[in-house]
Design a protein around this ligand. Structure first.
Ligand code: NCD
Ligand code: ZN
Length: 355
């Protein structure tokens, strides 16, 4: 058996849930899933219940995370039509400002272009804004950020036209970065084999052509983000299935499988799942923190034995090569031998958690 040591992974896009949606996931279950997947830092999305769009809600989630988290975490704030001043003030406590420009789970979608323009102008320029921006919204978000002279990070890019636009904007010197999710790289609309409800995700799974274009534009992809978005089996089987896939526990094995198949190198994975994420979101150094992996071990993920409360996974039953053996966080073993060995509360807020 070969053992490789990598830096602790960082995921810029995780729906931790908690508070009003603890039945889907909470900081304990989510950070346990993170560790099992090799992540030592996760950045939490604000489309929660209540949404993280003002200080009182942020404080409530900080309090939950402080006692429950097994790995480090940060909070992205949510933009609304009228909270530009409030989120700019809270920026030092956050890892970014998320703008929802297209419909998805939750009700944070921004309706007016003026809101995008105002947030881009007001949010501190050294903290990224992140956008869920598909199709026309993508062009609009990149242009507005460029005109405001500020960085923008495009979430879960999924289409050919989108990744090509991002690549061209980068060539032209736009301060734009982007992430792509495992489900958009490893599944296509015809081949996913997932039942109705369970295949619902935003952005939707792409065509074969979209998937090919993402792989062809690997150089333009800064991060592999899971967009871990847990919903229960009952919710996914209902008449109104919410969009979202759990992803923290299967992301690294999927990318290691791609390494095994010669589609990626370990350096490609390390850059997109650790180094670039840490740079883009200015994450603090985690001393004496690393993961040990077996890059070759053949296995199949069983969601019933996983840590996420979702209890299902779109990649269940898929033959995988490569897995996490051990995670060390600040010199302390956090995960080993398939078990969480660290304690809730071991995780820290990457921004310190206090004003
Ligand atoms: C996410 C969720 O469930 O919170 N769902 C999804 O399909 N990706 C929301 C989001 O990231 O758009
Ligand atoms: Zn998301």
């Amino acid at each position: 058996m070969t053992t490789l040591r990598l830096p602790g992974l960082a995921d810029p896009h995780v729906h931790v849930r908690g508070l009003g949606q603890r039945h889907k996931e909470d900081f304990a279950s989510c950070t346990r899933a993170a560790l099992a997947g090799g992540f030592t830092t996760i950045l939490a999305m604000p489309n929660t219940k209540p949404a993280i769009v003002a200080e009182p809600a942020l404080r409530e989630y900080q309090a939950e995370a402080r006692v429950e988290a097994h790995c480090d975490y940060g909070f992205h704030l949510g933009a609304t039509e009228d909270n530009a001043g409030e989120v700019a003030r809270l920026a030092p406590l956050s890892t970014g400002l998320k703008l929802y420009l297209d419909p998805t789970f939750g009700d944070l979608k921004l309706q007016k272009l003026t809101a995008l323009v105002e947030h881009a102008a007001t949010f501190p320029k050294h903290v990224p804004i992140l956008a869920h921006a598909e199709e026309h919204s993508l062009a609009s978000a990149m242009l507005v950020a460029h005109l405001a002279g500020r960085p923008i990070h495009i979430c879960h890019v999924s289409r050919k036209v989108e990744i090509e636009l991002v690549a061209r904007a980068k060539d032209k010197g736009f301060d734009v970065t982007c992430e792509v999710c495992p489900h958009h790289l490893f599944l296509d609309e015809h081949g996913h084999g997932l039942p109705a409800g369970f295949c619902e995700v935003r952005p939707v799974i792409g065509t074969k052509e979209d998937v090919r274009a993402l792989w062809q534009n690997l150089d333009a992809i800064d991060c592999f983000a899971t967009d871990h978005a847990p919903h229960t089996r009952a919710e996914k089987s209902s008449d109104k299935p919410p969009p979202g896939f759990p992803g923290l526990e299967t992301a690294l094995p999927l990318f290691l499988t791609a390494v095994h198949e010669g589609k990626l190198t370990i350096a490609d994975v390390e850059a997109r799942m650790a180094l670039n994420v840490r740079r883009i979101f200015s994450l603090p150094v985690q001393d004496d923190t690393y993961i040990e992996i077996d890059p070759d071990e053949a296995h199949v993920f069983e969601a019933a034995r996983g840590e996420s409360r979702a209890g299902w996974n779109p990649f269940e039953g898929v033959p995988l090569r490569g897995r996490v053996l051990r995670v060390v966080l600040r010199g302390k073993e956090a995960y080993a031998g398939g078990r969480i060995v660290g304690a809730p509360g071991d995780g820290r807020d990457v921004r310190g958690g206090t004003p």
